[in-house]
Design a protein around this ligand. Sequence first.
Ligand SMILES: [Zn+2]
Length: 406
Amino acid sequence: MNKNRLLQKSKVLQSSRRGALMIRFLQILYREGVKTIPDICGYTGMSTPTVKKMLDELIEEGLVMENGLAASGGGRRPGLYGLNPSSRQIVGINIGRSEIRIGIFNLLCESLHPIEIINGGIETLNDIRPALKAKLEELIDSSDIQKSTILGAGIAMPGLIDTKTGISHSYFTDVKKPLATIFTETLGMPAYIEHDTRILALGENIYGLAKGKQNVLCLNIGSGIGLSMILNGRLYTGNSGFSGEFGHITVDPAGEQCYCGKIGCLETLASGKTLVNIARREIHSPASTALERQCGGKPELISLTMIVDAATNGDQYATTLLARAGEHLGKGIATLIHLFNPEMIIIGGKMAKAGKLLTDPIRNTMNLHTIPRIREDAEIVTSELGLDAGIMGTIALVMENTFTSN
Ligand SMILES: [Zn+2]
């Protein structure tokens, strides 16, 4: 199967040199949004008549459309060009341990329907492949799109994935094939795979607060603690794709044992799983907390979302739990700042919904442990993409692969 369906469907893009230049145009419009002909001349160094002619051909192909007029710079207002959002589609799939989120998107990363959730994930279903295939077919059947205009599926999944071989060391270990091949066969379209934490940095870099930034660290703080990095404008993977295991740096050598087998990892002090365990253990103590009422006397029902919601509603016990986590995270982030000198740190994941209740303690501790000049460079923000960051990252993954290869 030709990996690049864009080329498969378009005669004009198949011609080698001209096609490559046109893909470059599409890449600019995808990454930068609507642009004028002079803008595109500026990006490509090509002449106005050539750019105009090639844009006309892309309009003819249905891939580009005229998009109103730019603001006046004094003279005649130049026309704007953008991707024709409905000309192609992308499937985004975020595979979790206990649920799967799936959606079909247009070229502007707009979902064509509410995101569908499959109850059951990679650790709870025997084999997720039939469920994925059935759900995708159902979505295509209920829409007015053709399967052949879908550029591909971007898939985010947990576990250790070797970026060199594409083989997962955590799932499908009996199938000695790259994950991308496994899912290309399952879905009948080109599939691209990325780690579920690393995909967040890609989503933020293309669609979120890190748009256009070169050095950004994205923290995924949910049940675990993960880190993904855009360094020098590129997604950093590490030698084999195992970078970003920030949750397993040692912060308390005399602390508790982590599920990874080591002692005193950051996750044993600050992950969502840890906060939930602490709350479940402490809930019968005299401290009065809204959590006690919410779980109806059954501590096993307490979840991270419950803790975050209680804190945002003013519950002191839940607020203290988050503050303690924030302090530990702040120490770890101080180390990251010294190592990477980032321009932005984005806090995402389920715990990020707590906003300032989490970021204020992080900032306070970080200030104590960093060299001021390096710290001043780094802006700390919470993700605006929220829990959709993962699935948006999968769209970016397909777009990056489609609009850069020829
Ligand atoms: Zn650990």
